[in-house]
Write a protein that binds this ligand. Structure first.
Ligand SMILES: [Fe+2]
Ligand SMILES: [Fe+2]
Length: 274
């Protein structure tokens, strides 16, 4: 059962579902339900090779999750050129894929804004659109994804905003990976709309060997929830879990439970791993 007075989020990325792995998700489903989570966030690389059958398998495997399922696609989900079909299959299975748009919960108290994001590097090493068309195309993709996230965050008219991407918006949470591949793990361009709109927190995946926790320059908490990273120190961990307290006196619509807002400091103190 959902918990009164708080929003409980389970977040995980990089499930990399492939045929024959159906049974692997039973414990994830059971744990999300047992913890009474309100939302399960899926931070991209839902499939291993971008095959529609992999997405069907995942949708079926997660059909028993009682929480709202919200996510973004990752680079692996584009591998076979079937991303539209994958989105359709996941939508049929009740998984809302965000691509520059948002999804609200708890009435209009909580809004999830999502975009896949892209690479390009971080801070002063951010790739600039100069020279060959290929470089300009790469940078254009990164800028477009940042604009999608900006649009999504702009449209969230809720006191609690949560940002979801696949690529990292900060360098902090890719540390641990080979520095030579940092530019392919995320982009500081994603952190610009985050620091402008100041969501309560951000979740991403993609950096399997990165670091779990970081912050944007503006201080917004960022969590890398790639499953291989979550399981590195705790092999039985299925997702990252965080509780966000909801304001007293908030009354959700009959179809939902009450929820509320917190200061970043409160949030930090509240967060816990699951
Ligand atoms: Fe991945
Ligand atoms: Fe990825």
């Amino acid at each position: 059962m959902p918990i009164d007075g708080k929003l409980r989020i389970a977040a995980v990325g990089d499930l990399h579902c492939r045929l024959g792995k159906h049974g692997n998700y039973r414990r994830l489903v059971d744990a999300v339900n047992e913890q009474g989570c309100d939302a399960l966030l899926l931070c991209g690389d839902l499939t291993d090779h971008g095959h529609v059958d992999e997405a069907k398998l995942l949708a079926e495997a997660l059909s028993g999750v009682r929480a709202k399922k919200i996510g973004v696609l990752g680079n692996h989900d584009f591998e076979a050129g079937k991303s539209d079909e994958i989105c359709a299959v996941l939508a049929e299975g009740g998984i809302h894929i965000l691509d520059g748009d948002h999804y609200e919960l708890k009435g209009h108290m909580v809004g999830f804004a999502g975009a896949k994001g892209f690479g390009g590097g971080f801070d002063r090493a951010t790739l600039q659109g100069f020279g060959e068309e290929g470089i300009k195309g790469f940078v254009h993709e990164a800028v477009q994804e940042a604009l999608k996230l900006e649009t999504a965050l702009l449209r969230v008219d809720a006191p609690i905003k949560i940002a979801i991407t696949h690529y990292s918006p900060v360098r902090d949470t890719v540390i641990g990976e080979n520095p030579e591949i940092f530019p392919f793990l995320g982009s500081s361009r994603l952190s610009e709309p985050i620091d402008h709109h100041r969501p309560t927190m951000c979740f991403h995946g993609h950096a399997h060997y990165g670091t779990m926790e970081g912050r944007t320059l503006g201080g917004v908490p960022v969590y890398n929830v790639a499953l291989p990273l979550l399981r590195r120190d705790h092999p039985d961990r299925r997702f990252f879990m965080v509780d966000i307290p909801l304001p007293e006196g908030f009354h959700a619509p009959p179809s939902e439970r009450p929820g509320a807002v917190v200061t970043p400091a409160d949030l930090h103190a509240e967060h816990e791993s699951g």
